[in-house]
Ligand binder design. Structure first.
Ligand code: GLC
Length: 423
């Protein structure tokens, strides 16, 4: 579902480019209902919440019968964004806590749709990973409570490859093993949606490039490094090392193919690890390992993912909402979500907890921490919908062979320049 991206971006442009940073209604709403308590609604993308999340909510509800939480879920992260924007525009109080993809915070905050965590309504972020706190800030103010982080990992069949590959060259060198066995060699997320922006950002980072410079706004998509990075995917797809069907894959399709033994390598998030070792349908239980993403000259870099919990500025029960997001960040909740659904914690200490590091079921924790430490970001801009659409549309055309990589990158460069120059 991509239809929202045009209209949402156009609205952002109207609101922000006209010189008024955001509607006054958001400013006024931010002063209301700070002490409000009562039942609240927590919304998330459907693929984010597993059984453990529901149990955590049930535990809260048992302790807070007058401030019960109802969980609502909407499709993938793109569909959730679409839904939230409609509700914000209607100044709707129906949703209280929003499980927002990290890339959406700048846009929501710029419109003043989120309750800032400051003054008497603040949060203690000191136990949290700094990278995750950075995703929740916009122009120096904290607008959300980090809840889960996410790092792309390389899953590999340890029963079939002698050593985990560190570079794309090593990975491609192993594809002969896949060909002999009539398996696909490598897949990630290549359907035309947010996941493709993630994968292309990582390919560009593998070659030492980025889509924006470290100032966060100057586009750098027209560089030799970006071209080399995008070409990694274009060449692998053209040669068949990325199987043709992978052009339709989101996270779940890739996971199912890997679990069915159809792939030698898979780029995916850590939630796959416990599932591929436990799913009834998985034929790869105990037969795969996990490492950091490949680069060109050494290990690559992930594009940091994750979810921050924000409070809707129009919520009437903001005191309850704040208590609930603090509860979701507590070490006990974070530990349970890590152990039971492979959800990467935002609490620093859990990455150094001996009992977790020694748990074979959490064999990915070390690779996860290394990946987070070297992660790159997707562009941070209130015009992110237009930027990500330019990246995913153009990269998709290039990977499929319909557009030369250089031309695709020039078009991405122009789109990022247009979006960021409006800020
Ligand atoms: C995961 C990540 C999120 C990313 C999405 C792409 O949900 O946490 O940041 O945008 O995947 O599909």
């Amino acid at each position: 579902m991509k239809a929202w991206r045009g209209p949402a971006a156009a609205t952002a442009a109207l609101v922000l480019a006209a010189g008024c940073a955001a509607p006054d209604s958001g400013l006024a709403a931010a002063r209301r209902h700070l002490a409000g308590r009562g039942p609240i609604t927590f919304v998330q993308a459907s693929d984010e919440a597993g059984v453990a999340t529901r149990q955590v909510i049930e535990a809260w509800n048992r302790l807070h019968p007058d401030q019960r939480v109802t969980l609502r879920q909407f499709g993938d992260v793109d569909e959730l964004h679409d839904n939230l924007v409609h509700h914000f525009k209607a100044e709707d109080a129906d949703y209280d806590v929003l499980g927002a993809d990290v890339v959406t915070i700048a846009e929501y905050a710029a419109h003043r749709w989120l309750q800032p965590f400051k003054g008497g309504y603040s949060l203690d972020t000191s136990p949290l990973l700094e990278q995750t706190v950075a995703t929740a800030r916009y122009q120096g103010t904290l607008y959300a409570a980090p809840f889960m982080t996410d790092a792309g990992l390389l899953y590999y069949r340890k029963d079939l490859v002698p050593r985990p590959p560190r570079t794309w060259r090593e990975l491609r060198g192993y594809c002969e093993i896949a060909r002999k066995r009539r398996m696909g060699c490598y897949a990630g997320q290549f359907a035309k949606y947010e996941g493709l922006t993630v994968n292309v950002t990582e390919a560009v980072a593998a070659a030492g490039g980025s889509f924006v410079k470290s100032d966060g706004t100057t586009p750098s998509a027209d560089t030799p490094a970006a071209r080399e990075g995008l070409s990694l995917l274009v060449d692998a797809y053209r040669s068949g090392d990325i199987p043709a069907e992978a052009i339709t894959y989101q996270e779940e399709e890739g996971r199912h193919a890997f679990e069915a033994g159809k792939l030698l390598f898979l780029r995916n998030w850590s939630y796959v690890y416990p599932l591929a070792n436990s799913d009834g349908a998985s034929v790869v239980k105990g037969r795969f390992g996990v490492t950091t993403l490949p680069g060109v000259d050494g290990p690559g870099r992930t594009a940091l993912g994750g979810q921050d919990n924000a409070v809707n500025v129009y919520s009437k029960h903001k005191a309850t909402a704040r208590d609930f997001v603090i509860y979701l960040q507590s070490p006990d909740v974070q530990r349970k979500l890590l152990v039971e659904q492979g959800q990467p914690p935002v609490v620093k200490s859990l990455y150094h907890d001996r009992s977790l590091l020694d748990d074979p079921a959490l064999g990915y924790l070390g690779a996860l921490e290394r990946s987070i430490a070297t992660a790159t970001e997707r562009p941070v801009t209130p015009f992110y919908p237009a930027v990500t659409q330019a990246i995913s549309d153009n990269a998709y055309a290039a990977i499929k062979g319909g557009k030369p990589a250089g031309e695709a990158l020039d078009d991405i460069q122009a789109a990022i320049r247009a979006a960021t120059s409006e800020q």
